[in-house]
Design a protein. Structure first.
Ligand code: ZN
Ligand code: ZN
Length: 261
């Protein structure tokens, strides 16, 4: 049984940039329990195919917040599941409070083609812990303050390790607590230090959170056009002693005691 794998599907922002698409990530746990997506921004479905992951393997989609760069391909997923060439399997949608209403709005705007059927929808509040049947993955979340609903997510895979995904966030205590001791901390760092904006992180902010949390490895993501990933790695590395890496579309990162990928 191989290690769990985190595949980056989109490491950029809503502003077009080659190789850095909108937010989307795929976690394949060990034990054949399928793939969990963390966020589903525009282009996630195409990136999924490029990464060699079938849509039918996706059993759960976890949303951080309702900004379009993080969730707009949910419409594409709903449409794809209705295509006669696709045999939809079980799927669970998980997200912040308001997810049900957001999905209703999608269906209202786009018609029945964007309506999910036979799909479980779960809304989570900060502090909730979610487990799914025989799936060993345990999900927990914390509010990041980026938007009123925004959540960061943690997946504990038992012996398979642990990974925390910030979504979008300011430098907040709740995220540091959620990320405590994580093997892999996938953290946004939208802007350079001299262009910091409220409710987003810079590379040093992400590094400080990783240091406070005692994470083993930091994977930087969500690069806006003014931030070069190599610069971000250097800046975060100035405040965090662990391994630091920049995400790019298609990059894969192994959990547990595997070498840094
Ligand atoms: Zn956002
Ligand atoms: Zn964003």
């Amino acid at each position: 049984m191989g290690p769990a794998v985190w595949t980056v599907l989109g490491a950029g922002s809503i502003l077009p940039r080659a190789g850095l698409g909108c937010s989307g990530h795929a976690l394949r746990a060990t034990g054949g329990s399928g793939v969990t997506l963390f966020d589903c921004g525009p282009g996630t479905l195409r990136a999924l195919a490029a990464a060699g992951i079938g849509l039918g393997e996706v059993r759960r989609i976890v949303i951080s917040h309702f900004h379009p760069d993080h969730c707009l391909d949910l419409a594409a997923v709903a449409f794809a599941r209705r295509n006669p060439c696709f045999a939809p399997g079980p799927l669970e949608l998980v997200g912040p409070r308001g997810l049900v209403e957001w999905l209703e709005g999608l269906a209202s705007a786009l018609g029945r083609w964007a309506c999910f059927e036979g799909v479980a929808v779960r809304e989570a509040a900060p502090g909730d812990v979610l487990a799914a049947g025989a799936d060993p993955t345990r999900l927990s979340c914390a509010a990041t303050g980026h938007t009123p609903e925004a959540l960061a997510w943690r997946a504990d895979l038992g012996e398979g390790g642990s990974v925390v995904y910030s979504g979008d966030s300011g430098e907040c205590d709740a995220l540091a607590e959620l990320a405590a001791g994580a093997d892999l901390f996938v953290c946004e760092c939208s802007f350079p230090e001299d262009q910091a904006v409220e409710a987003h992180l810079t590379p040093r902010g992400a590094g400080r959170l990783a240091r406070r949390a005692g994470c083993r490895r930091l994977l930087l993501t969500h690069f806006y056009p003014t931030l070069e990933p190599a610069v971000a790695v250097r800046e975060a590395g100035a405040v965090f002693d662990g391994a630091v890496c920049a995400a790019r579309d298609g990059s894969r990162h192994f959990l547990c005691a595997m070498p840094w990928s």
